[in-house]
Each structure stands twice: as structure tokens, then as C-alpha cells.
Design a protein around this ligand. Structure first.
Ligand SMILES: Nc1nc2c(c(=O)[nH]1)N[C@H]1C(S)=C(S)[C@@H](COP(=O)(O)OP(=O)(O)OC[C@H]3O[C@@H](n4cnc5c(=O)[nH]c(N)nc54)[C@H](O)[C@@H]3O)O[C@H]1N2
Ligand SMILES: Nc1nc2c(c(=O)[nH]1)N[C@H]1C(S)=C(S)[C@@H](COP(=O)(O)OP(=O)(O)OC[C@H]3O[C@@H](n4cnc5c(=O)[nH]c(N)nc54)[C@H](O)[C@@H]3O)O[C@H]1N2
Ligand code: SF4
Ligand SMILES: [Mo]
Length: 682
């Protein structure tokens, strides 16, 4: 028996925990701790512990598939890639912007870099987006306007140094468990924990102060906390004067948000708001942690900028133990954005509307003139497909049928395309609609890098051979480029070759090499090979063009739907610890499945009594957009008037209930955390 331990990175959440895959006689059989990995110090959450179980699953895609007369048949790579080329060629000849790409936060930096280069240089379109659009899009836009950069400002380890951690719209004990562990370590050292969430989550249990706020009212809470901070003289006047601008504009707006006046809006007593402001404002080092409870609203960007205001008002940025920390969701969602798999930006967030940026890239890539027309965002791509303005989509490692709002409309949009190509490791609900399905290697079968939520770039290492003919994502694009007579632009022999090109055109990655990553990974920005990397951002100046942080006066906007007589409840959708998105990977683990594998809805006992429903009873959840059936779970952990549906289960698909028509105008974020709903007995 031959046993190998291969150190690599967990394929699920943005914590980016290190683990060892155990290869026994050529097959992955388990996971062992990687004790010196600086992110997780050998500890893993249940998903990481059982992350190996789906790798050898019999449902893995093993050969390319071509749909004929509504049925898939197996095909060789040669046949599939040539057929894809013929289909795409017809469309590109008409207009390259009739083709769109979805890139993947589950894939490596190398995969994503090659996808966006293929889309831009071979196809000729900027229609490239990824799931960040449904996740931290408001973070990227909101922090760009205030700080000049949309990334987490401090490191995970650094949280242990905070005197106060304010967790708002985030449940790290379940969704980022190894960050949750750091928060508990900070608490053990004396840090005060504040949690603002409509649910008494496993994270909230550890709070010194819990604020059970009404969904969508965060701006009122934050403005009011800022009013108290100013009244008590807890603002950092030096910081405001030397490091920021537009403070007067902020001051004017927050005057209208006294704790008394927002009590009935937020559902939190004035005394608690004052207490939260004092704890956050008086601490020497206060850190903010936030996630989708802040961003996944149509006013998500307002929420983000309001948090940036609070951070700057108290000077809690640029130092150890402070900062504004959006916990990025997917294992490589930071990286997919860094790689420029975005409709408006090139690798390194370079603005391609600038002629010199395009000219430099044309030189680097040795390609003809690059398209300067702005690309479409994810929801716009689907809308265009629905209206017949998009003819082909190439989807790598995304499952929009499950994850985008309004499932039925998403399906119609995809079916409306002339050509749909899906590259995945399983035949997902999206892949089932495709004309071509291409089998990719999973994280365990590829080399490359992931960039975790704290901007740490880490090596992913191949631990086994892929099943059947499955191929690395980047290699599939190289082969397609060869069929399309563009192979000279993709001369890569290895992932390291691709990384060398990434660092030559992505300033943040310039000083990072595979060699340097071998120890503990490295934080970007890293401008040269002697630079140690940057765990804390905005130390001396912000990343805005003038170097100053910008205060944004934010007024509370109301949700697109508020409860009324017909739909008296607020429906929130979210996550639990054991499963990941539609469970297509975690659901293949027997052990995680034993924990839970069926849909349920959390209801407060008072609401249950009023509705006359009992525990475990099947009910209908109905919104103005659709309905599903699921099982009742009565719990006092959820606030009266709110119901919570986990997004993970195929027997209770969350996006049959959501709406894609009302979006935030600038970030195109739909409302995923607060919809008017009712519950009916069946
Ligand atoms: N186990 C597990 N972990 C995951 C994932 C997974 O599927 N499963 N997915 C990963 C991904 S992609 C992401 S983006 C992250 C998401 O991580 P989180 O954002 O932490 O997860 P959610 O459960 O979606 O929502 C977080 C919290 O926001 C609260 N909330 C809802 N509305 C509001 C509001 O208006 N205001 C406030 N203050 N709070 C509100 C909810 O009650 C919930 O507790 O998790 C990552 N980690
Ligand atoms: N109602 C509601 N909807 C939501 C949310 C919510 O809270 N509520 N959350 C939103 C958020 S935050 C997110 S991030 C999105 C997630 O939405 P998606 O990104 O669509 O979700 P995933 O299931 O992570 O999709 C990833 C796909 O990649 C495949 N895959 C995994 N590894 C590889 C690989 O190496 N190569 C290839 N080619 N494929 C691979 C998986 O099999 C899977 O099908 O969902 C969003 N949708
Ligand atoms: S915390 Fe996230 S990265 Fe770490 S083991 Fe769990 S799912 Fe994997
Ligand atoms: Mo996400």
C-alpha cells in the first residue's frame, strides 16, 4: 500500500483552510490536518473534513457530452471542441458581444485568468462575470467609492488583536467557521463581541451584546450609532482631518437618526443602540466583520458605505486589530475578481476604458485590438438571453439555474440561447440545459492558486488523477484556442507558466512566485520579489486617487417589499454549517447527509401559533414571485415576523421565491434577504 499526503486548500468557503489529502494507491481516501497552515492551524469544519467524499463519486462528469434531439451522447474532446468552434464562429462573425462567459469562484486563479483572456482576446467580448455579482458586488463598488479598494482590510489572524468585534449580517460560526474560531479566541482574550442579525445564530450566542434587528434597517442602526459616537466625542478628529474628506456631509445626515427615532424602525431599543455605539467607539481597536446580511439587499451598497463611514469616523482602519472586513464567500471569489473575470475590469482591477490599459494588454497578449465596449453583468446577461439579445453562453463552474433569482425565468433565458456550453464537474441543473457539457477536473486533481478572503494567495496541489477524460479548466480553453487558430496566445505548459503571466500584468501579484508561496502563501498587494506582502491595507493612505477616505452621507431606503395583509412575513434565505450552496458537493457526503439533507423553514413560535402549524408539518411558502413546499421548524431563535429558508436543498429551491426585476441600479444586486411572504397549510 502506498500512502501520500498532499497539502492543499479546502474547496469550499473563503477562509481558505489548508488540509492534507490522503492518496492511497492512487485514490483519495481522506483528509488529514495540515497543522502549520497559518489560516486554520490544522482545524477544519465539517465541510472541510469530508471534502474528499465527492471526488470519486460515480456521478462525476467523465467525457464531453453533446446534446442531440434532446438527449446527451458521449463525444471525444476533438469532436466536442470542433462542434463548439463551429457554433461560436457563426455567432462571433455576427457580433462577438452576442457571446457571454460566466467565470468561477470555485476554480483557480490560473483557470479564471485563462478564461477571461480567451473571452477578450479570442472571442472579443467583455461579457464576463462571476457569482460575486450576487454576493459581494456591493462591497467591491461601495468600498471602491469610500476606500478605493474593495478587499478585506485586515487579516484573519489580526482579528485576535481587536478589543471589539462588531459582526453585522454575518454568521461566521457557520459560514466561515475557521474565522469564527479566531473570533472566539479574541473573545477569550477579552474582546467584546457585538452581533447584529435578525436571527439568534450560533455566532450571536457568543455575543456580549446582541442586536436582533429588522432586516434591511442596518443604515438606520449605523447612522444612529454614529450620532451617539459624535455626541459622546468618541470620533477620531485627527483621523477625520488628515485622512478623509466630506465629513460635514455625513454629519448632516446622521443628525436625523437619534436612537429614540430609529427604535421602531430597527426593532432595537435606544439603550441597546447607545450601548453598541459606546462599546465600538470606546475600544482602542475595533474591527467590523460583515457578509451577506449587509450586501444581498437592493441597498447593499448603501449598507457597505455606511459601515465604511463608521470605520473612518472612529479611525478604526489601517492598524492592527481594526478594519472593515467583508468575509468573501467562495474559496476563490477574491481571486476570480483579481483575475479580471469582471465585465468592467481587466486583471488587477485595471480599467480597460482607458486607451493605455488596452494598448499595454494588447502588447502583453500579442493580440489584435481589444473590445472597449463595456461588458454586461450576470443578471443583464441573463436578461439579454431572455430577450434574444444574447446568443451563446459559456459557463464554467457556476450554477445559475439554482443560484440566480427567479429560477423559471433563468431556465427560459438559457433555453432561449442558440448555444449553451457548461463546464463543470457534475451534471448540474444548469448543465442539463446545455448543448455541450465539458468535464473539468476538481480541486483535488489540479494545481494552481486560490486567493482567500484575507487576500492570501495559496497553492492548490494535484493529489490524484482526474476521472475519465476530465481536463483542467484552463487546459480546455487552451485546446479550444488551438481549434480556433489562436494557440500562440496560450503557450502554457503548466499552471506556473500562467501564474508568471498573471504576475507580469497584475500589479498586486507582481512579487508573488510559486516558490515564495510554498511556505504559508502570501498576501497581496506584493509589489516586488523582496516585498513580504501586505496583511493590513490603508495604513498610511487610502487607495483612492487622492489617497483620502471619502465619507458618504447615506439615508435609509426602504426594502422593495414590506410585509402587508396579504404577505405578512419577511422571508430571508441563507446558509447552515453542513452544506454548501445547492449541496451538489456536500450532498454527496454520507456523513454530512446524515446531519441534514432536507429543506425546512424556521418560524418563530408566535407566528406558528397564529398560523396553526406544528413542528415538522409540510407547508407552502408563497411570495409574489412563486411558491415552494417545505417542512416547519419552530424556533425562538428567529425574530417574530421573519422566516428563514436555507438555500441548500433541491426539495425547497430558494430562488423559485425570489425576483430578478427589482435590482440595485448600480450593482444590479437583487433582494435575496427580505421578501414579503406568507405561509399556508397544505
Ligand atoms: N456552510 C456554508 N458556508 C458557506 C457557504 C455555504 O453555502 N454554506 N457559502 C459561502 C458563500 S458563497 C458566502 S457569500 C458566505 C455567506 O455567509 P453569510 O453571509 O454569513 O451567510 P448567510 O446565511 O447567507 O447570511 C448571513 C446572516 O445575515 C443575516 N441577515 C439577513 N438579513 C439581514 C439584514 O438585513 N441585516 C443584518 N444585519 N443581517 C441580516 C442572516 O440572518 C444570516 O444570519 O458563506 C460562505 N460559506
Ligand atoms: N436566494 C439566494 N440565492 C443565492 C444566495 C442566497 O443567499 N440566497 N447566495 C448567492 C451567493 S452569495 C453565491 S456565491 C451564489 C453561488 O452560486 P454558484 O456560483 O452558481 O454556486 P455553486 O454551487 O458554488 O456553483 C459552482 C459550480 O461549480 C462547480 N465546480 C466546482 N469545482 C469546479 C471546478 O474545479 N471546475 C469547474 N468547471 N466547476 C467546478 C460545482 O459543481 C458547481 O456546479 O449563489 C447566490 N444565490
Ligand atoms: S472553514 Fe471553510 S475553508 Fe475551512 S474547512 Fe470549513 S469550509 Fe473549508
Ligand atoms: Mo457568495
Amino acid at each position: 500500500m502506498k500512502i501520500d499526503l498532499i497539502p492543499t486548500i479546502c474547496p469550499y468557503c473563503g477562509c481558505g483552510c489548508g488540509l492534507n489529502l490522503v492518496n492511497v494507491d492512487g485514490e483519495i481516501k481522506g483528509v488529514e490536518p495540515w497543522k502549520r497552515n497559518p489560516v486554520n492551524e490544522g482545524k477544519l469544519c465539517p465541510k472541510g473534513n469530508f471534502s474528499y467524499e465527492f471526488i470519486n463519486h460515480k456521478e462525476r462528469l467523465k467525457t464531453p457530452l453533446i446534446k442531440e434531439n434532446g438527449q446527451f451522447r458521449e463525444a471525444s474532446w476533438d469532436e466536442a471542441l470542433n462542434a463548439i468552434f463551429r457554433e461560436l464562429k457563426k455567432i462571433i462573425d455576427e457580433d462577438p458581444d452576442l457571446v457571454a462567459f460566466l467565470s468561477s469562484a470555485r476554480c483557480t486563479n490560473e483557470d479564471n485568468y485563462v478564461l477571461q483572456k480567451f473571452a477578450r482576446a479570442v472571442i472579443g467580448t467583455n461579457n464576463i462575470d462571476n457569482c460575486a455579482a450576487l454576493c459581494h458586488g456591493p462591497t467591491v463598488s461601495g468600498l471602491n467609492l469610500t476606500f478605493g479598494s474593495g478587499a478585506m482590510t485586515n487579516s484573519i489572524k489580526d482579528m485576535e488583536k481587536a478589543d471589539c468585534i462588531f459582526i453585522i449580517g454575518s454568521n461566521p460560526l457557520e459560514q466561515h467557521p475557521l474565522i469564527g474560531r479566531r473570533i472566539l479566541k479574541a473573545k477569550a482574550k477579552g474582546s467584546k463581541i457585538i452581533v447584529a442579525d435578525p436571527r439568534y445564530t450560533p455566532t450571536a450566542k457568543h455575543a456580549d451584546l446582541f442586536l436582533p434587528l429588522t432586516p434591511g434597517t442596518d443604515v438606520a442602526l449605523l447612522n444612529s450609532m454614529m450620532q451617539v459616537i459624535l455626541k459622546e466625542g468618541l470620533e477620531d478628529q485627527d483621523f477625520i482631518r488628515t485622512r478623509t474628506r466630506d465629513f460635514e456631509k455625513l454629519k448632516k445626515v446622521i443628525e436625523n437618526y437619534s436612537p429614540d427615532s430609529v427604535e421602531h424602525i430597527t426593532g432595537i431599543s435606544a439603550a441597546k443602540i447607545e450601548n453598541a455605539a459606546l462599546i465600538y467607539g470606546e475600544a482602542e481597536k475595533s474591527s467590523i466583520v460583515y457578509c451577506l446580511g449587509i450586501t444581498e439587499h437592493i441597498m447593499g451598497m448603501d449598507n457597505v458605505m455606511s459601515l465604511a463611514n463608521l470605520t473612518m469616523l472612529t479611525g478604526n482602519i489601517g492598524r492592527e486589530g481594526t478594519g472593515l472586513n467583508p468575509l468573501r464567500g467562495q474559496n476563490n471569489v477574491q481571486g476570480v475578481c483579481d483575475m479580471g473575470a469582471l465585465p468592467f475590469l481587466y486583471p488587477g482591477y485595471k480599467k480597460y476604458v482607458l486607451d493605455n490599459v488596452r494598448a499595454d494588454t494588447e502588447y502583453e497578449w500579442n493580440c489584435g485590438p481589444l473590445n472597449f465596449l463595456p461588458g454586461l453583468q450576470m443578471v443583464e446577461i441573463l436578461e439579454a438571453a431572455y430577450d434574444g439579445r444574447m446568443k451563446a453562453m459559456y459557463i464554467m463552474g457556476e450554477n445559475p439555474v439554482f443560484s440566480e433569482p427567479e429560477t423559471m425565468k433563468v431556465k427560459e433565458s438559457l433555453l432561449n440561447l442558440e448555444t449553451l456550453i457548461v463546464q463543470d464537474i457534475f451534471l448540474t441543473e444548469t448543465a442539463e440545459l446545455a448543448d455541450f457539457v465539458l468535464p473539468a477536473t476538481s480541486w483535488a486533481e489540479k494545481n494552481g492558486t486560490f486567493t482567500n478572503t484575507e487576500r492570501r494567495v495559496q497553492l492548490v496541489r494535484k493529489a490524484a488523477d482526474p476521472p475519465g477524460q476530465a481536463m483542467e479548466d484552463w487546459r480546455i480553453f487552451c485546446q479550444l484556442a488551438q481549434v480556433m487558430n489562436s494557440s500562440e496566445m496560450f503557450p502554457y505548459r503548466s499552471e506556473e507558466d500562467i501564474f508568471e503571466e498573471i504576475r507580469s500584468i497584475t500589479p498586486q501579484y507582481k512579487g508573488i512566485t510559486y516558490q515564495r508561496l510554498k511556505a504559508d502563501g502570501m498576501y497581496w498587494p506584493c509589489p516586488d520579489e523582496d516585498h513580504p506582502g501586505t496583511p493590513i491595507l490603508h495604513g498610511e493612505k487610502f487607495a483612492t486617487p487622492h489617497g483620502l477616505g471619502v465619507f458618504k452621507p447615506i439615508e435609509l431606503r426602504s426594502l422593495p417589499e414590506t410585509p402587508d395583509d396579504d404577505y405578512p412575513l419577511i422571508l430571508s434565505t441563507g446558509r447552515i454549517i453542513f452544506h454548501y450552496h445547492n449541496s451538489n458537493m456536500t450532498g454527496k457526503s454520507k456523513i454530512l447527509g446524515n446531519e441534514i439533507s432536507k429543506s425546512f423553514v424556521e418560524i418563530n413560535p408566535k407566528d406558528a401559533l397564529k398560523l396553526g402549524v406544528s413542528n415538522q408539518e409540510m407547508v407552502k411558502i408563497i411570495t409574489r414571485h412563486g411558491e415552494i413546499e417545505t417542512k416547519v421548524k419552530i424556533t425562538s431563535k428567529i425574530t417574530h415576523g421573519i422566516i428563514f429558508l436555507p438555500i441548500h436543498f433541491l426539495d425547497g429551491k430558494p430562488n423559485l421565491l425570489t425576483n430578478s426585476k427589482v435590482l440595485d441600479p448600480s450593482t444590479k444586486m437583487p433582494e435575496l434577504k427580505a421578501l414579503a411572504a406568507k405561509i399556508e397549510k397544505i
